[in-house]
Structure formats: C-alpha cells, structure tokens
Design a protein. Structure first.
Ligand code: SDX
Length: 360
C-alpha cells in the first residue's frame, strides 16, 4: 500500500510526539510548562522549584526537594574537575562541559542521572571559566541554592539577591520549550534507548549552533557594534542588505512576540544601576523590529528569547562566551524530562527522505 508521505523541510508544523511537559503556542505567543504559563513561574519560583514542577511524576520520591539533591550532585561532579583541568584551556567551555559529562559514572536510574547531570553542568561551566582565566575552580556549597552556588562558583564571592533572582529568572525562563532542535535531538537519541548522558551530550551539540542556542553572544556583539541608538538604523540596514540575519529575532514557531522576551526584560527592572544600558538595548530592539517589518513585510519577525538573554546575563556579569553554556545548564533539566518521557512511551524516531540521486 502506498504510504502518504509528507515533505516538510525542517519538520515545520509536523507533530512527532505527545508530551505533558510544555506547549509553545506560536499564534498566541504563549509558553505553558505543565499547565502553568511561563510568567507564572519565572520570577516567582527558584530554578529548583521550577524543575520540580516540570519533573512532577518523573522524579524519585527522594527527589522532591531538589536543593539538597542538586547540592550533593554538584559536590560529586566537582571530584571530576581536577583530572580534566589540563584540557580546559584547549577546549571551548561548552565542549569541556561535554567532556566532564563523559567522565562521570552514570547510575542505572535515569532520574538520578537527570539530577546529577544538570548539577554537573553548572560545576563544569564555572570550573572551565575559572581554569581558562588561570583561577582555581571553587568547591560547590551543597547547602546553597542552585543559582546562588552557580554565581558563587563562578565569581568566588557571595552574589547579591538581584543577581540570584536574575539567574533564577533566566534558568527558569529557558527550562523547557517544546520540541526545539536540541530537545528533539535528545528525543531522537532517547528513542534508540541510548542513555541519558548520551542524549544530553547530543543535545548540547545541537544547541551550540548560532541559529539555536548560539544566538545571544552575537546579540551582544550587535548591541556593542551599534554603540549609540542613533546609529542603529544604519547598522541594521547594512546587515539586512548584506542578507545577514539579526540574532535575537524571528522564531520557527512564534508568529508573534516570544513571551519570554518580556519575562526576561521584566527581570532587568530590578537592576537599576544599568538603566541607561537597558534603555539603549530597548532602542536598538525597536530599530530592529522596524527594519525587519520593512525588509520582510510578509513575515512576522519579532524579538525572541535571546535578545534580552544577552542583556540580562551581561548585566549580572556573565561573559558572552558563557551564554550558550548557561543555556545548556538550564535546558538540560528540560532535555532530561523529555528523555524520560521518550524512553517510556516513544517509538524509534526514523523519518523518511526522498531520494533524488542517480538511479541504478
Ligand atoms: C532559539 O525552536 C525553539 O524553540 C528555539 C528556542 C528554544 O527555546 O529552544 O526558542 C531558542 O533558538 C531562539 C532562536 C534563536 N536564533 C536566533 O535568534 C537566530 C536568528 N533567527 C533566525 O535565524 C530564524 O528566525 C530562526 C532560525 C530562529 C527561525 O527561522 P525559520 O523558521 O527557519 O525561518 P526561515 O529561516 O525560513 O526565515 C524565513 C524568512 C527568511 O527570509 P527569505 O529567505 O524567505 O527571504 O525570514 C527571514 C529569513 O531570511 N528571517 C530573518 C530572521 N529570521 C528569519 N531575517 C533577518 N533576521 C532574522 N532574525
């Protein structure tokens, strides 16, 4: 029997799985995580609380309070840092993080691995950064909250409440987002019944790309290249005329503004010492939106999550080379949930291709 084949480049608008984890409504501009709108969670829950919300039904009974579980896991991961230290200068932070994952002993229970791998990524990110700067990695504090310890392991000083709140807000905002390229990658690997660590390592590989998780660094480059808002129109015009894309804008699913852009922008309000930088970013955003409307009148290209990610993370002292690695830390908890969901319910993911090569 002839099977009806659908040819959808990039699998645009093709549903390949059912999930109870998150829903991205591109028409309404809504993101729902297990029945809660993103602005009901980000800015209101810590990273651990949001992960508990996302993982409900997937967690082990012992994991309901994730703060100590993540803390113990950070300390365990830290034991791997010393032996990997010599390679930190050669590898990018995100590749060193993957090396760190591969050095961990994995548990037979994938839910235990989920906790340990997310915690480990935070340790490997901060240790890699410090080693690259010739500084010694800082031992995690298992008692501390996830965001507080991440900032402490990075900077070596007690973070203030604004920074901790901004870190939580960011990690929660990017926690999960339907079947984006890196989550789909994790599910493809999980569908072969491979292990959690291989799924997360593959997902990190997908996230690195500039069309996906690699966008926020170039957003900051753009803002700094433009400098003064009055130069924005000309700079942007040149970029678009050269056929380049503006990083931080457009989305495969959202046909309106990405709701996460304003959730992150809201988090900037408490960083009052940076008002002029935030106003400059907003002016550049407006210039970009105007230009995109002029250049692509038939396509809604609005601000996506990455524009204000760049402004927020820069504001709390993260170097742009850490933006994608940080995205991996937060999203790894989303990837892990999808892996467990795929392993328990999914089929082997194996689409077709249309052969247009030479015939025999
Ligand atoms: C993330 O999927 C997710 O959920 C991802 C994510 C998540 O949480 O996991 O939300 C995170 O990846 C956000 C997106 C970060 N990437 C960027 O900011 C990079 C810049 N944006 C794009 O390159 C683009 O918008 C994509 C890749 C995000 C989506 O592109 P699509 O859906 O594949 O659309 P397309 O490439 O077919 O573009 C359609 C048209 C094209 O024009 P034509 O060639 O038809 O004339 O719109 C243009 C594109 O050139 N276009 C842009 C543009 N994005 C699309 N033009 C200028 N600047 C842009 N940013």
């Amino acid at each position: 029997t002839q099977i009806a084949a659908i040819h959808a480049p990039g699998l645009e608008n093709i549903i390949v799985a059912e999930t109870t984890l998150s829903h991205v409504d591109g028409q309404k501009g809504e993101l729902i995580l297990r029945g809660k709108a993103i602005d009901d969670i980000a800015g209101k829950q810590s990273f651990e609380e949001a992960v508990c919300h996302l993982w409900q039904g997937l967690l082990l009974p012992s994991q309901t309070n994730l703060t100590p579980a993540f803390g113990t896991a950070r300390l365990k991961a830290f034991q791997a840092v010393e032996q990997l230290a010599p390679l930190a200068k050669e590898l990018s932070v995100i590749d060193w993080m993957r090396l760190g994952l591969d050095s961990l002993t994995i548990d037979e229970d994938e839910r235990t691995n989920a906790v340990e791998l997310t915690a480990a990524l935070a340790v490997f990110l901060t240790s890699a950064r410090r080693l690259k700067q010739g500084q010694t990695p800082i031992t995690p504090d298992p008692e501390a909250g996830f965001s507080k310890d991440l900032l402490f392991m990075l900077h070596g000083s007690e973070p203030d409440k604004e920074a901790i709140d901004a870190m939580d807000r960011y990690l929660v905002t990017i926690l999960d987002h339907g079947l984006n390229a890196s989550t789909f990658t994790a599910r493809v690997v999980a569908s072969t019944l491979s292990d959690m660590r291989s799924c997360l390592s593959a997902a990190i590989g997908a996230l690195k790309g500039p069309l996906h998780g690699g966008a926020p660094g170039p957003v900051l480059d753009m803002i700094e290249d433009i400098g003064e808002p009055k130069k924005a129109d000309r700079w942007i015009e040149q970029e678009l005329n050269a056929g380049n894309r503006l990083m931080g804008f457009g989305h495969r699913v959202y046909r309106v503004r990405d709701p996460r852009a304003d959730v992150l922008k809201e988090g900037l309000k408490s960083l009052t010492h940076l008002t002029d930088r935030i106003e400059k970013a907003q002016a550049i955003e407006q210039a970009a939106l105007k230009a995109l409307k002029r250049h692509k009148p038939d396509r809604v290209l609005d601000t996506n999550v990455e524009f204000y990610t760049a402004v927020l993370l820069d504001a709390i002292g993260f170097d742009r080379t850490l933006f994608t690695p940080l995205f991996a830390v937060g999203r790894s908890a989303g990837w892990a949930a999808h892996v467990i969901e795929q392993q328990s319910a999914g089929k082997l993911i194996r689409p077709q291709s249309r052969y247009i090569g030479p015939s025999i």
